[in-house]
Ligand binder design. Sequence first.
Ligand code: NAD
Length: 372
Amino acid sequence: MPADRLLVTGGAGFIGANFVHYWTQTHAGDRVVVLDALTYAGNLPSIESLRRLETFRFVQGDIRDTALVCKLMREERINRIVHFAAESHVDRSIHGPDAFIQTNVVGTCNLLQAARDVWGDGKGTPDCRFHHVSTDEVYGTLARDDPAFVESTAYDPSSPYAASKAASDHFVRAYHRTYGLRISISNCSNNYGPYHFPEKLIPLMIVNALSGRELPVYGDGSNVRDWLFVEDHCRAIDQILRMDCVGETYNIGGRAETANLDLVRNLCRLLDETIGASPRLQEHYPDCPAARGSSCAELITFVADRPGHDWRYAIDATKLRKATGFQPGESLVSGLRKTVSWYLQNEAWWRPLLDERYAQWVQQNYKRSERS
Ligand SMILES: NC(=O)c1ccc[n+]([C@@H]2O[C@H](COP(=O)([O-])OP(=O)(O)OC[C@H]3O[C@@H](n4cnc5c(N)ncnc54)[C@H](O)[C@@H]3O)[C@@H](O)[C@H]2O)c1
């Protein structure tokens, strides 16, 4: 089989970086071109080790720059676009939705147009695929006993982030139905793992606990999310790309529904155990409660709930399982263990991200609730 030539947008972000590591390891003969604007969420050190590979290229640029995308696609004879680039943080979308409209909606439309320009309409491009990476948040919220989201669940987004992703999904589908563009879409639950920017729940809890800082939990912590280890997400996308499934949408989930407070308590237990067993880590993280025999759970602080906070997400991934046999390889317990261990071993990656700007942002956005 001829090697594939991938354009990976947002490949310096959390999932994109994991994806290009995964892809270069599992499909070593393929060309991988990353296009990333390097916003605050893009981080070159996440993919630094790949830049020595001849098959790998990094280009700093914006997906809204159609001329650049077309040039790159022609130059590199791209036959697969894997589209991760997005503004991805719900809290940021509440404070400033414009960037979400620009990147997630306008950017995706420009990328679709570039693919159409280069690949042409309809038939004649059998190995081309535009895979759009989306989220379960497009479906809105569930009550305790509601059935999990299936691919035909009506879209009902709550946050500007979810609304912008929903809009982008619609455009991707419309480009298939109208112009015959060879697309596929995946809607995935919450990811976690290496290279996760420490503004998101799991890495934020880990780095705060290590420094003895508060662990901010929204509302009463009862909101339920499904969690998927990021490498499992990458494997699922790989399987979708290899399937003959143009025009299809697949849900991807981790079968790990957990209330936020339980998740944070699990993380605290893991940190207590790991730091408690290592004099070296106790010396390195003296402000972590586990270093003096206490529990990180004492840092849990309830903060005012996020406006429009969806109560529960749950994914029914039967369609993907039936089509490819896909199952998550990591349970929440094993995945969290790997994640904690990665953050402990890679302080050089996350420490520089905790600059003053970031600290101010966290302070502004996580206001203590009356109850804390
Ligand atoms: N993180 C999750 O739990 C999760 C779950 C389901 C789906 N998703 C989706 O997966 C994708 C990746 O999410 P993530 O968590 O890795 O996001 P992220 O915020 O960590 O990374 C986004 C990347 O996109 C880049 N980018 C932003 N605007 C750009 C632009 N205009 N042009 C080019 N590059 C740009 C950033 O520099 C960054 O590297 C997103 O589309 C997101 O909606 C994420």
